[in-house]
Design a protein around this ligand. Structure first.
Ligand SMILES: Cc1ncc(COP(=O)(O)O)c(C=O)c1O
Length: 437
């Protein structure tokens, strides 16, 4: 029987087998070079940006799409479009990337966190109502790891209380919920085009979508310094509202447009890879692969695995310590699993210190409800996931092409080697590293 690589055995996944993300083709290179040829003089709007917006609107089936320079900017445009302002409260899942919550702070609104569901890891609809106050204006539903949230249940609550739904689809381009595309599942949506994402602008970028004319107009103004700028007409240089410079670069728009042509095919690879791995890992005690409800698809921006050492009889080592040792053991086998976000967002220092802009703003703002505090113990499911989670799918080891089933076979083989064939040796290593007798 092979020894574990961490103890000098040979590794399962050969060096160089894993290909990085984004996957760049000749078509992408031609698209960027053509955009470069057309790039001077500077102008607003660039045709490449308008073309990306048109194509994303068509892909998602939405009336309006606006490209901007990050996913965070796209989410902030959603917040502006929903007319969220000082002291307004917005519900956000406790386990997500910071930007799902900080986009609210950017408009002086107050994020209020909701625990997540133990199976989907997305906002738990059964815990939303208890967080609603007379100041609540919207719910941010995040399609975490690549799995759409429970939109029907979320909308039922949103309608009852007159709230807007903002979709954070940063991690889930190409996934569907009851046949509808990510990017079309909220009253408005923000997706990221950061280079690590399932649809990428190579560097940074973002996409805002809505069907609502007024929301589009507010978002468009916020993107352009708060001004009205109409193509072909002289610029007035007059800001009608608070605005930012959230415009997207034409070279990045051209790259993202080119990638969007292949998004359906790239999504198929992701889904095939994820399903295969889940089938294989499902047989192995000690680890829990992701759950996917039948009415939606998961595109595995991250493939999350929860460690369950108690299933192996290990209950004397802190779970996060077991997780970190497992990462070292699996990394030695060539499987690049890593922890992702080891604490819920409300446990981050920003929310513990309650100071966004200095002087305690926006929490100390006279429009904000007094006494808001973020107690990490109020989010037990998110905290548990953060302790147990490891992920595959960083830009160094994506689930997209050209990585395919051959690589997934190797991953499965490595987990089998560690958790089944060499379980005794693995647990000895765990105990030695954790210094448990
Ligand atoms: C869930 C989620 N929301 C928002 C963002 C922000 O996107 P960006 O990095 O493009 O600003 C990210 C980026 O990682 C994300 O994962």
């Amino acid at each position: 029987m092979a020894k574990l690589a961490i103890n000098g055995g040979s590794k399962v996944v050969p060096e160089g087998m894993i290909k990085p993300w984004p996957h760049i083709t000749e078509d992408d290179k031609v698209a960027v070079m053509e955009a470069l040829e057309r790039a001077s003089p500077w102008r607003y709007p660039f045709e490449e940006v308008v073309e990306l917006e048109r194509a994303w609107a068509e892909f998602t089936g939405m009336r309006f799409a606006l490209a901007c320079n990050s996913g965070t900017a796209a989410l902030h445009l959603c917040v502006v479009a929903c007319e969220i302002g000082p002291g307004d409260e917005v519900l956000v899942p406790a386990d997500t990337f910071l930007a799902s919550a900080s986009c609210v702070l950017h408009s002086n609104g107050i994020p209020i966190f909701v625990d997540v569901h133990p199976k989907t890891y997305n906002i738990d609809p059964s815990k939303i109502e208890e967080r609603i106050t007379e100041r609540t204006k919207a719910i941010v539903a995040v399609d975490l790891h690549g799995l759409p949230a429970d939109y029907d249940e979320i909308y039922e609550i949103a309608k009852k209380y007159g709230l807007k739904v903002i979709e954070d689809g940063a991690q889930a381009h190409g996934a569907t919920y009851r046949g509808r595309q990510v990017g079309s599942l909220g009253d408005c949506a923000g997706c990221s085009l950061n280079g690590s994402k399932c649809l990428s602008a190579l560097g940074e970028g973002g996409l805002f979508t809505t069907n609502d004319e007024k929301m589009r107009e507010l978002a468009e103004r916020a993107r352009m310094f708060g001004e009205y700028v109409e193509p072909g007409k002289p610029r007035e240089y007059n800001a009608y509202m608070m605005g930012w410079n959230y415009r997207l670069d034409p070279l990045q728009a051209a790259f993202a447009r080119s990638q969007l042509r292949r998004l359906p095919e790239m999504t198929e690879w992701r889904i095939r890879n994820g399903r295969y791995l889940t089938e294989r890992l499902g047989e192995i005690p000690g680890i829990q692969p992701p759950y996917v409800p039948q009415d939606r698809t998961h595109v595995y921006f991250f493939y999350p695995i929860l460690v369950r050492p108690e299933e192996l009889g290990v209950d004397d080592i802190p779970i996060d310590e077991f997780r970190d040792i497992l990462c070292r053991v699996m990394n030695a086998e060539g499987v690049p699993i890593k922890a992702w976000q080891t604490r819920p967002v409300p446990a981050q220092s920003l929310f513990q210190f309650l100071d966004g802009y200095g002087k305690g703003c926006p929490w100390s703002c006279p429009y904000s409800r007094k006494g808001i505090k973020y107690d990490p113990d109020e989010y037990p499911v998110a905290s548990d996931i953060c302790r147990r989670r490891v992920v595959l799918g960083h830009s160094t080891d994506s689930f997209g092409p050209p990585n395919g089933i051959e690589l997934m076979e190797k991953y499965a083989e490595a987990f089998y080697k560690v958790f089944v064939e060499n379980l005794g040796e693995f647990l000895d290593s765990v105990r030695k590293e954790a210094k448990v007798a």
